[in-house]
Design a binder for this molecule. Structure first.
Ligand SMILES: *Cc1c(COP(=O)(O)O)cnc(C)c1O
Length: 394
């Protein structure tokens, strides 16, 4: 590939752009993971992640992509043939369901049209029918990255409480943690699943389980085979900051830096920043006259915006034009919405001017790819940013 001047715009909804401060933190010699220096690093990152998850419970860190932490959540808590209630919010929920099937669990998949989040009344109805308590876990995706829809986890908890059902609650926050408000303990979640390469601004390669005491108790009798993913093997040495096998030491340097950056800014401010950029993005899309894929006003994702292409136009072609001309990667349509939807990532290390560059690239791409649209989306986004910054200053 010939050299291209300027930075690549990585505006897919994960991996997100890794800030220089984190790259510098990773760029250090790897140390002995059994030596004295390592224990402090291990204790720091585990305590830091407890604050990010908002939990006092155990946090386990795997050298794996998010998919590994999905598997870990299930194999530590469940037994072959167990029923799990899952909810079809989009492609990621579907992949998690397929993984559960391969592990010999029996997922019951509540169908959805991908344009709305979890309807907790449907979960409540299923749990009410299950008088014998054969459902062992309810598994939902917080931010469905394939569709740009964010589900209300506190409402799922309330529905489970109303049904007085003892199933565990498991939540995938791979694309929401550290970008959208999330509270593991307060919302009564038993296992939260997360990954490094989205809101945490790290390269891919780390994933996480936050674990409630109830989930830990379930792991003592759960019979699915596990070794690499075993919480017990992790939690014992983690107490002094060590790991049972070689951890991703350099990514842990990066994680320590990421937590420091998030806490410098303040998690509440990080969430507000994401909300504000998402709102400006939606203004641009509406001005272009294109359709936002999420159909529920109260479930718009602050991490990404999925945009429906006008009938007869290809998102694959649009993204190619944008990449070839402006050196920007946008998210593709996944699963059954392939070539119908493209996704604008606005998460992680991202500010007003990165948003403006991103939206300008999309608007110019729409023109070059001859996708019918109205001009002025970028202007509308600027107006939204100005309006909202004036509000916050007065
Ligand atoms: C990215 C993502 C995954 C998959 O994570 P990998 O790190 O690619 O294994 C799962 N769920 C959601 C919601 C995601 O955004």
């Amino acid at each position: 590939m010939p050299h291209t001047a300027g930075r690549h715009f990585l505006q897919i909804p994960g991996p997100s752009n890794v800030p220089d401060r984190i790259l510098r933190a990773i760029d250090r010699p790897t140390i002995d993971h059994r030596g004295p220096e390592f224990g402090e690093l291990g204790r720091d990152v585990i305590a830091g992640m407890q604050r990010i998850f908002k939990t006092r419970g155990a946090v386990v860190i795997f050298p794996a992509s998010g998919t590994g932490a999905w598997e870990a959540a299930l194999v530590n808590t469940l037994s072959p043939g167990d029923k799990v209630l899952m909810y079809e919010t989009g492609q990621f929920a579907t992949l998690w369901k397929n993984l559960a099937t391969r592990l010999s669990l029996q997922p019951e998949f509540i169908g959805g049209d991908w344009r709305r989040g979890v309807d907790s009344t449907l979960i409540e109805a299923k749990l009410n029918e299950d008088k014998a308590h054969t459902i062992k876990a309810v598994c939902v995706v917080h931010n469905e990255t394939s569709t740009g829809v964010t589900s209300k986890i506190a409402e799922v908890r309330k529905a489970m409480d109303r049904a007085k059902h003892p199933a565990l609650l498991m939540v995938d926050t791979i694309s929401s943690l550290a970008s959208i408000d999330y509270r593991h303990d307060e919302w009564g979640v038993d296992v939260t699943i997360a990954g490094s390469q989205k809101g945490l601004m790290l390269p891919p390669g780390l994933s996480f389980n936050a674990v409630s005491n109830k989930a830990l108790a379930a792991s003592k009798t759960a019979k699915l085979p596990r070794s690499y993913w075993s919480w017990d093997e992790m939690i014992a040495p983690n107490k002094s900051g060590f790991f049972p096998y070689t951890p991703s030491t350099n990514l842990l340097y990066g994680l320590r830096e990421a937590v420091a950056m998030l806490e410098d800014e303040g998690l509440e401010n990080v969430f507000k920043r994401h909300d504000r950029h998402a709102e400006a993005t939606r203004r641009a899309v509406q001005t272009w006259g294109l359709e936002i894929f999420c159909q529920n006003e109260t479930e718009h994702s602050s991490v990404l915006t999925a945009v429906l292409m006008p009938a007869g136009h290809s998102e694959v072609a649009l993204r190619k034009v944008v990449l070839d001309n402006f050196n920007m990667s946008l998210g593709s349509g996944l699963g059954k919405i392939a070539d119908k939807v493209f996704r604008i990532g606005h998460l992680g290390d991202f500010n007003d001017l990165t948003l403006m560059g991103t939206l300008a690239g999309v608007e110019m791409g729409l023109a070059l790819a001859k996708v019918p649209h109205r001009k002025g989306g970028v202007d509308a986004a600027m107006a939204s940013l100005i309006e909202n910054s004036i509000k916050s200053n007065t």
